[in-house]
Every structure is written in structure tokens, then in C-alpha cells.
Ligand binder design. Structure first.
Ligand code: HXC
Length: 518
């Protein structure tokens, strides 16, 4: 009896050791030679030390065609399981490129679906570490079915548990759509790419010559398409980055935001804020200088840093609690609202609202960007997305108008009219239909044209309009602005206001879902 059980133990130990090796040492070496970690090494870095529990390590494919009967690898090219990250339950899967190129087919997909289901049933985030040659060609249609099983689950989990995707190698063809359905994508610079069709197909169809990196590398998707929210210089930095990202997020949509210990009663005045906005309204300044002063030291984690830089979005902590920040960036295109800025901000607002993360808006916006490019590409529809996202959001919402709040952009940027809880304005705020120069030209067109000195008349009318509207007091008189505050008071006011809104609860009429202008 003892002998047979020891033989049984040996069998198990041997199987475990085999599973650990994935596609074998030679392929592990090849992976390392490409400056890539293996799936297991990645998971070891990702989870708190010793917390990872693997599931399905002995799963194999059931296919026999095209030589697969001779290529059985334990785990079938994906390592799945759960553990803790920053002490909190998290599920993950990591595709193992050493096994059939990390390609996805029936058993591989079933394993991912299993951890997705567990993540949903237990209300915890799921993180995918992607490194795969796509659909396993030898298994045919079951690979496509497997992808669709993932897409369906990604969609059902959307807004219920956070879903994060890290692209650490190839991700091509329809495979891109699972990450695209998740909340955030991160990519490793120089070592990952995403595209629907690769350079060869592009060349055949459009005659464009393009490399994989140019077509779908981290930098292309960070700055041109906006598909990726984060880029990292290497795999280790990427994994660390995602652990940081998770630290801001609740476990699920019924959970509150995480908060770190914070001792109240310190000096929350921030005198540097009093000099951030330049004397001249035409002069730019960086909204990062405002964010840095307002939030807890070093806590701003920017999302989409290189995309639509006229809008800044990201997570931060205020008195230890997570908030989402949406801010116009006067240092880039004067902070104008355009198509990319609108969609970037709208998606971020919806994520925060889905996961109970309060929103802080910092507003300095000259309006929407004019032009045929914007109109013909649908700024009306895309701008409406942001309007819609803010209007439907029921999380605590506060706006601080630092300078310009012009035109429709005033309404869109979380005004009280669309449901913001509080609007503060700095004394430098200008809240009007348009800038004084343009306004004077339109209203006083006749007088200016008939004046002996049109330029002088225009300047005079501009000054009159500016006197009337280039300030926060008309809006404050109507209660559109709750309080005009000194910039140095901002942090203290926000800490109190968000605390006051902590138990906010809003009931909306029952409906299947709204119809956001997609
Ligand atoms: C089966 C695959 C595979 C795949 C790679 N391998 N991709 N096996 N199905 N899709 C295997 C290789 O045969 C090889 O096996 C090992 O993985 C490593 O591949 P290499 O080519 O040696 O690696 P590398 O040079 O780094 O190139 C990686 C690659 C290339 C760029 C990903 O392998 C490649 O182009 N693969 C095919 C990609 C593809 O066309 N996929 C289908 C996309 S369509 P050995 O035994 O030598 O280690 C798709 C549709 C999904 O995904 C639709 C969902 C709706």
C-alpha cells in the first residue's frame, strides 16, 4: 500500500514538473532570448508572494489532426488560477507562448472561461496576460468558438468586475477583441503588437508597406489609435503597473473604492495653486500642476497618457480614497474638446461610474474644436458621448472651473445642469457662451463696422463683454457655481465635499439600457 501510494505520488510529482516546463526548456530559452518572461514567471511577479493557486495544470487538448496527437502539453498553453494582489483576491490567466505559440483552441479557451466564471461568481477582478499566436490553426473552428466564448463572457462581465488585459507578445486577428472588450489594456514596448490583419495582408490589400511595430506596436496604439491605455518599457514594469492600477479599483460593482489610511487634520492648504493660472487668459499652463497639488502626494496614475493629450484622465487618491480625474489640458491645443478627447473622457467616466469611483473634473476649456475634419468625422456624435456619460453617472461628481468654461463645453464638462453634485470656480474662471473677442464681433458687428475707429470700438466692446462675463460671478449668482474659492482652498474643499457625498444614492427609472451615441 505504502509503495503504491508512493508511486502515485511520484506520478503526480512528475506531472507537476512536466506542467511547469510548458513547451520545454528549449522553448523557454527562446522566450528568454526575446527578452520575454514565461507565463509562470509573469504570474509569480504578479501575485503576492506564494499566493498563486493554479487551476487546470493537467488539462490537455483533445485534438488529433495535423500532428497534434503527438504534441500534447500539460496545461494546453495557458496558465490559469487565482491568488492575491495587494492582499486582495484576483483571478488571472497567462498564455504560455512556449506551448504551440500560446495559440488558443478548445481546451485553452475552456480554462480561461473557467477563471472568468469564477471571477464573476466571486466578484473579483480578472487579469489576462496575453502572448499568443492567435487561433490554433490545427484545431479549426473550435478555436473560433473558443474566442467567441471569451467575448461573450467579457461582455457579460463588463461593469460587474474589473477586467484588465496586458499584451506581452503577439495578439492578432480576432484575438484582439477580447482585450478590446475589457476595461483597460496595457502593452509592452517593442515586444507586443495588436492588429486585426498583419503587415502581409495589409500589403496585399492596400499596398502599404508597414512593420508589425508601426502597424500595431505599443506606441502606435498609445498615441494614434488609443487602443492601449498604458505602455511599459518591459514585462516587469508592465506587471508592476497593473498591480498599481488594481490598487485604485474596487473588487466589483457592488464594492466601495479602496481607501488607504489617512490622518485628517493636517494643513490641506496648497498655496502653490494660487499662482498656477497665468495672468493672461491666452497663456497656457499644465493641468498636471493642479492635479499634483490637489491629490495625495504622488498618487496620480494617468490613463491614456499619450492619446488625446488635450484631455487628461486618470486615477488618484484624495485623503486616501480613490477618485477618477477628468481634466482639460490648457497646455495642449488649449484644452479644446475634440473627437478623441471626448471619447477618451467618456469611456473613463463610464468606467468610474460603473465601479463607484467618484469623479473630479478640472475644467479649462475654450469650447469644441471647429473644422470640417471634426464635423465630418462626427464631433456631434462623439461629443454627445461625453455629455451622455456624465449625465448618466450617479457617482459623486464635483467640478472645479480653473479658467475657461465656454460654450457647449461648459455644459458638457460635468456642469450641475447635467447632474454634477457641486461646481466650484476659482476667481480666474470665465464662464460664458464664448470668448469676449468673438462675442463682441458678433453682437456689435454693425456698430464696429460704422465706427470711425473700428479696432478701438471692437476693443472697447470686447472689454465690456469680458467685464460682464469673464468671471465666475454671473454663474455663482444663479447657483450654477456653488462657491467661488481661492485656489489654495481647493484640496481642503474637495476632501470635505467628497466625504459629504460618500453615501450618495440616486435612483433612475428602470430600463433595459440606455442608447449612448456609439
Ligand atoms: C498553432 C502556432 C500558432 C498558431 C504559432 N504557433 N502560432 N501553432 N497555431 N496560430 C507555433 C509555431 O508553429 C511554433 O511551434 C511556435 O508556435 C512558435 O512560433 P514561431 O513562428 O516559431 O514564433 P515567432 O517567430 O516568434 O512568430 C510568432 C508569430 C507566428 C508571429 C505569432 O508564429 C505567426 O505568425 N503565427 C501564426 C499567426 C496566425 O496567423 N494566427 C491565426 C490568426 S487568425 P514550434 O513547435 O516550432 O515551437 C485568428 C483568428 C481568431 O487568430 C478569430 C477569433 C474570432
Amino acid at each position: 500500500m505504502a509503495q503504491s501510494s508512493s508511486k502515485a505520488f511520484e506520478t503526480l510529482a512528475a506531472k507537476r514538473a512536466e506542467a511547469q516546463l510548458g513547451g520545454g526548456q528549449a522553448r523557454i530559452d527562446a522566450q528568454h532570448a526575446k527578452k520575454k518572461l514565461t507565463a509562470r514567471e509573469r504570474l509569480e511577479l504578479f501575485f503576492d508572494e506564494g499566493s498563486f493557486e493554479e487551476l487546470g495544470a493537467l488539462v490537455t487538448h483533445r485534438s488529433t489532426l495535423f500532428g497534434l496527437d503527438k504534441q500534447q502539453f500539460l496545461g494546453d498553453g495557458v496558465v490559469t488560477g487565482y491568488g492575491t494582489v495587494n492582499g486582495r483576491l484576483t483571478y488571472a490567466y497567462a498564455q504560455d507562448f512556449t506551448v504551440l505559440g500560446g495559440s488558443l483552441a478548445e481546451a485553452h479557451a475552456e480554462k480561461i472561461c473557467r477563471v472568468m466564471d469564477l471571477a464573476m461568481d466571486n466578484g473579483a477582478p480578472i487579469v489576462g496576460l496575453n502572448d499568443s499566436g492567435g487561433a490554433r490553426i490545427q484545431e479549426g473552428v473550435v478555436s473560433l468558438g473558443g474566442y467567441a466564448d471569451l467575448f461573450y463572457r467579457n461582455t457579460l462581465a463588463s461593469g460587474v468586475i474589473p477586467q484588465l488585459s496586458l499584451i506581452m507578445g503577439p495578439c492578432a486577428g480576432g484575438a484582439v477583441y477580447s482585450p478590446a472588450l475589457t476595461d483597460f489594456i496595457g502593452m509592452v514596448e517593442g515586444n507586443s503588437y495588436m492588429f486585426v490583419t498583419g503587415p502581409n495582408v495589409v500589403k496585399t490589400v492596400t499596398h502599404e508597406e508597414v512593420t508589425s511595430e508601426e502597424l500595431g506596436g505599443a506606441s502606435a496604439h498609445a498615441s494614434k489609435s488609443g487602443v492601449t491605455h498604458f505602455t511599459y518599457p518591459n514585462g516587469v514594469a508592465a506587471i508592476e503597473g497593473f498591480k498599481t492600477l488594481l490598487s485604485y479599483l474596487p473588487q466589483n460593482n457592488m464594492d466601495g473604492v479602496p481607501h488607504l489610511p489617512y490622518s485628517a487634520g493636517g494643513d490641506e492648504r496648497r498655496p502653490k495653486l494660487d499662482t498656477v493660472v497665468p495672468e493672461s487668459a491666452q497663456q497656457p499652463y499644465s493641468i498636471h500642476d493642479v492635479i499634483t497639488e490637489v491629490v495625495d502626494v504622488g498618487s496620480f496614475y494617468e490613463v491614456h497618457k499619450d492619446f488625446a493629450c488635450n484631455m487628461v484622465v486618470g486615477f488618484a487618491r484624495l485623503a486616501g480614497r480613490s477618485i477618477g480625474i477628468v481634466a482639460n489640458q490648457p497646455a495642449y491645443l488649449a484644452g479644446v474638446l475634440d473627437i478623441q478627447a471626448s471619447t477618451k473622457a467618456a469611456r473613463f467616466v463610464r468606467f468610474c461610474d460603473a465601479f463607484n469611483i467618484p469623479l473630479l473634473v478640472l475644467e479649462d476649456v475654450p469650447g469644441f474644436l471647429p473644422g470640417t475634419d471634426q464635423e465630418w468625422n462626427g464631433i456631434i456624435m462623439h461629443g454627445a458621448k461625453l455629455l451622455y456619460a456624465f449625465s448618466e453617472a450617479t457617482v459623486p461628481r464635483i467640478t472645479v472651473i480653473t479658467r475657461k468654461a465656454y460654450g457647449g463645453a461648459y455644459d458638457v464638462m460635468n456642469s450641475k445642469h447635467i447632474g454634477a453634485d457641486l461646481n466650484f470656480a476659482w476667481p480666474s474662471a470665465e464662464i460664458a457662451v464664448m470668448g469676449a473677442k468673438g462675442a463682441a464681433e458678433i453682437i456689435f458687428k454693425n456698430e464696429i463696422s460704422k465706427a470711425a475707429d473700428p479696432a478701438a470700438m471692437w476693443a472697447q466692446k470686447e472689454a465690456e463683454y469680458a467685464e460682464a462675463f469673464a468671471n465666475p460671478y454671473q454663474a455663482a449668482a444663479r447657483g450654477y457655481v456653488d462657491e467661488v474659492i481661492f485656489p489654495h482652498e481647493t484640496r481642503a474643499k474637495l476632501i470635505r465635499a467628497f466625504r459629504m457625498l460618500e453615501n450618495k444614492s440616486v435612483a433612475r427609472p428602470k430600463r433595459k439600457h440606455g442608447n449612448i451615441p456609439l
